[in-house]
Ligand binder design. Structure first.
Ligand code: KIV
Ligand code: ZN
Length: 511
């Protein structure tokens, strides 16, 4: 019988630590619902002690999700462990994940603790966590650069204190696949009760080896992988969930285990995370990139027409590319709209919210002949964005662009009950638009990234714009969608300004 490989998704925690990927409670809930649909085993929903906002988000996810375990991260101290325990109180299945650094450099320079003190602190945290939950995970942070003898001692101690999962992080993405697999094997062989716990790995991608290191660990006995949708995460990111899941599934002749993931939900999950965080997916990204199943060369196309397996090792539809179905049209009614939102896991909390979303849908259906699931997702997240923190609101805009003329943008913004107007010339329509908005808001924020993506095919498709702004060390991503990309750009810029303005939006959490 093949073993189960547990998929532990940390998009909502480590993924959120990417610059500007900070999410609101509602955004986390929407992603968590999609992760549950994807049949992820464990959802790490956040770091409850980091802020009240994150405590609320973890609590909301714990109170909502029923088919996946919900996990909260805690440093190895009383306060963090208690906050995680409280946030998880309503969970059907909850896990506390506590960690402390074990590498010489982290213990000496960051923690300023002696190794014995680190062991004592870890044991105390795990014992306390066990008073809240039976399911407790421990991670020796920076294990990839830790001394193996020391790892054996601390892990032996935390297993005795009640840890049920031992997670080995390659925090800085330093190890090589053979070496990392060897580390997992050594720890399992040397630690007396190693067969009483689940061995897990958590690899970062600084050298592009996160997936390779995780899979090497699986071949050496790891049975849980921590990963994120689209490989989102600190710096170069974490191991990507879609790559891990499809590598194991495609090579069942090689791996001694499989996951319970519903792979057809992978592409919808990827699009949802990308839309909410404002991190676009590169076209050549394995599994979820727009070109992942596109054949350009004539020889390849000819081969695929004759027999798909000549150049394809997976089917696009198996990872959810075909779930981009034509769902609704101009004549669809309110009930069909409500039903499709429900099927997509989108719950609007009032009839009024449904009415607003339905009116927007009708508007869109007038402009665009075919409406896909992704359009609905975007339409509703645009609606959520405007409900949550709309200090500035786009009331109207006018663009004048003509060959040989300098583009001009006129903008009317609402700020509270005031209507504020400005105009500006610019080197292009988008530049003029941003300058006109700045003439009103005078944020002085630095524009760090601007990107446009088409959500569905065709020239009438929704264009999705991402804008990243930085001000006083704080980074936010704004997203906007519209069938007109200049309007989408204005919405994205205003969304980012609203995030900068909002107190609700928590800063990028630093551990
Ligand atoms: O990368 C890391 O070490 C972590 C731990 C908190 C598991 O994210
Ligand atoms: Zn990490």
């Amino acid at each position: 019988m093949t073993d189960r490989l547990i998929i532990f998704d940390t998009t909502l925690r480590d993924g959120e630590q990417s610059p500007g990927a900070s999410m609101t409670r509602e955004e986390k809930l929407r992603i968590a619902r999609q992760l549950e649909k994807l049949r992820v085993d464990v959802i790490e929903a956040g770091f409850p002690a980091a802020s009240n906002g994150d405590f609320d988000a973890v609590k909301a996810v714990a109170d909502t999700i029923r088919d996946s375990t919900v996990c909260g991260l805690a440093r190895a101290n009383d306060h963090d462990v208690r906050r995680a325990g409280e946030a998880l109180r309503g969970a059907a299945a909850g896990r506390i994940h506590t960690f402390i650094a074990t590498s010489p450099i982290h213990m000496e320079k960051k923690l300023r603790m002696a190794p014995e003190q680190v062991i004592e602190t870890a044991v105390k945290a795990v014992s306390l966590a066990r008073t809240f939950r039976e399911d407790v995970e421990f991670s020796p942070e920076d294990a990839g650069r830790s001394d193996t003898e020391f790892l054996c001692r601390i892990l032996d101690a935390v297993i005795k204190a009640g840890a049920t999962t031992i997670n080995i992080p390659d925090t800085v993405g330093y190890t090589m696949p053979e070496q990392f697999g060897g580390l997992i094997r050594t720890l399992r062989e040397r630690i007396p009760d190693s067969d009483k716990v689940v061995w897990s790995v958590h690899c970062h991608n600084d050298l592009g080896l996160a997936v390779a290191n995780s899979l090497s660990a699986v071949m050496n006995g790891a049975r849980q992988i921590e990963c994120t949708i689209n490989g989102l995460g600190e710096r170069a990111g974490n191991a990507s969930l879609e790559e891990i899941v499809m590598a194991v599934r495609t090579r069942q002749d090689y791996f001694p285990c499989d996951t319970r993931i519903d792979a057809t939900q992978i592409v919808p999950a990827s699009k949802l995370v990308s839309g909410i965080t404002g991190f676009p997916v590169q076209p050549n990204k394995a599994i979820v990139g727009a070109n992942a199943f596109a054949h350009e060369s004539g020889i390849h196309q000819d081969g695929v027409i004759k027999s798909r397996e000549t150049y394809e090792i997976m089917r696009a539809e198996d990872v959810g590319w075909s779930t981009n179905k034509l769902v609704l049209g101009k004549l669809s009614g309110r009930n069909a709209f409500r039903q499709r939102l429900k099927e997509l896991g989108i719950v609007l909390d009032s009839e009024e919210a449904l009415n607003v979303a339905f009116a927007k849908f009708k508007d869109l259906a007038d402009k665009k002949s075919e409406i896909f699931d992704e359009d609905l997702q975007m339409l509703v997240s645009d609606e959520e964005v405007s409900q949550v923190r709309e200090h500035y609101k786009l009331l109207s805009m006018m663009i004048h662009a003509e060959t040989g003329e300098t583009p001009l943008a006129k903008i009317v913004l609402g700020e509270g009950i005031d209507e504020r107007k400005a105009e500006s010339a610019g080197s292009g329509a988008v530049d003029a638009t941003f300058k006109a908005i700045e003439n009103i808001v005078t944020s002085g924020a630095e524009l760090q990234l601007y990107s446009v993506n088409s959500i569905t095919g065709g020239t009438d498709a929704f264009g999705e714009v991402t804008v990243r702004l930085k001000k006083d060390g704080r980074i936010v991503n704004g997203a906007g969608a519209d069938t007109d990309i200049v309007v989408a750009s204005a919405k994205a810029y205003i969304n980012a300004l609203n995030k900068l303005h909002s107190n609700l939006e928590r800063a990028h959490p630093q551990i």
